[in-house]
Design a protein around this ligand. Structure first.
Ligand code: PMP
Length: 314
């Protein structure tokens, strides 16, 4: 099985930079129980321009990879610093000069009979590929209309398969919701948790705006502890004087919110037009969502002095 992805020529595997085509893992591997991270590096200055890359929130992402490993009782066979060095080596080998997505993947190797969950050794692969950002002033992709539905699938309960771990197995749950939404003509889905409160998107957290306040579900609502969510919860009140609250959100609150958006490394700040065909708010994208997205772009571009510690030069 090839770990190749989106055509970047080189990736890093088990200690060295190699051609992605040659990054092969065994057909006997227990891939279902792998863990991973999704990290982005942005160019300096205008987020749409070319230049040197800064990795956003490297430490938070890599700490979460170690948390995922702890939850799944996986031992990652490298130190955190080695994976940063590996990422830099791979960016250099590919000669990337525009925004890239970095996805360290820990694949369990073949286990002992009776197989399921018994692997003791792991392949570590870091594929990296280019992406186009939604952010930056005037980026038309940001304002695209996005119709979401509440999924008929519930988010996996944390006492069965913890959403808190970034484990491939969890994405089977996400894929069911993604495929249902596509089948029914929506752009994506929002999960309720097993209690019936709003949980998260299929690959992003959700935030709503009510009375000018940004509200997002707590970690106990079966969410991944999103690095973007934590960043927004920090900079919205501190840098923009936008109040925030972490509490359970009801399904009905989605419908009567002034604004709603998804946040995550992949989704960045993605405004939501409607949920279950009920339009959200009067203006699209809403003013709070826009301020949050614009400031996020400024942070990523290295223009916000107090947030520069969130950037690691690649
Ligand atoms: N929830 C899920 C299920 C995700 O896959 C992601 C993307 N990693 C997020 C939330 C957002 O997390 P982050 O901001 O750390 O990318």
């Amino acid at each position: 099985m090839s770990a190749g992805f989106h055509g970047a020529k080189y990736c890093w595997m088990n200690g060295k930079v190699i051609e992605t085509e040659k990054a092969l893992v065994s057909a006997m591997n227990e891939v279902f129980f792998g863990i991973f991270e999704g990290i982005k590096a942005y160019t300096k200055g205008d987020v749409l321009s070319k230049g040197r890359l800064n990795i956003f929130q490297w430490n938070a992402h890599i700490d979460r990879l170690w948390d995922s490993a702890a939850i799944c009782s996986i031992k990652i066979p490298y130190k955190k610093e080695r994976l940063l060095q590996a990422t830099k080596e791979t960016i250099k080998a590919n000669g990337f000069q525009s925004n890239v997505y970095i996805q360290p993947r820990i694949w369990p190797k073949e286990g002992a009979e009776p197989f399921m969950g018994t692997a003791k050794e792991f392949d570590v692969v870091i594929p990296i590929w280019k992406f186009e950002t939604l952010l930056g002033k005037g980026n038309a992709r940001f304002s695209k209309k996005r119709r979401l539905m509440v999924s008929s699938w519930r988010r996996i309960p944390s006492d069965a398969l913890p959403a808190q771990a970034k484990c491939w197995a969890n994405y089977g749950n996400s894929a069911l919701a993604v495929r249902e939404a596509a089948r029914l003509g929506y752009d994506g889905a929002i999960f309720l948790d097993s209690r019936g409160f709003v949980s998260e998107g299929t690959g992003a957290c959700i935030m709503v705006v009510r009375d000018g306040k940004v509200i997002t579900p707590p970690v106990t609502a079966s969410i991944l502890e999103s690095v973007t969510r934590t960043s927004v919860l920090t900079y919205a009140p501190e840098d923009l004087s936008i109040p925030v609250e972490v509490r359970d959100i009801t399904r009905a609150e989605l419908y009567v919110s002034e604004e709603a958006f998804l946040c995550g490394t992949g989704y960045e700040i993605t405004p939501i037009t409607s949920v279950d065909d009920i339009p959200i708010g009067e203006e699209y994208p809403g003013p709070v969502t826009k301020r949050i997205a614009e400031h996020y772009a400024e942070i990523l571009a290295g223009n916000v002095k107090k947030r520069k510690m969130w950037l690691t030069p690649a």
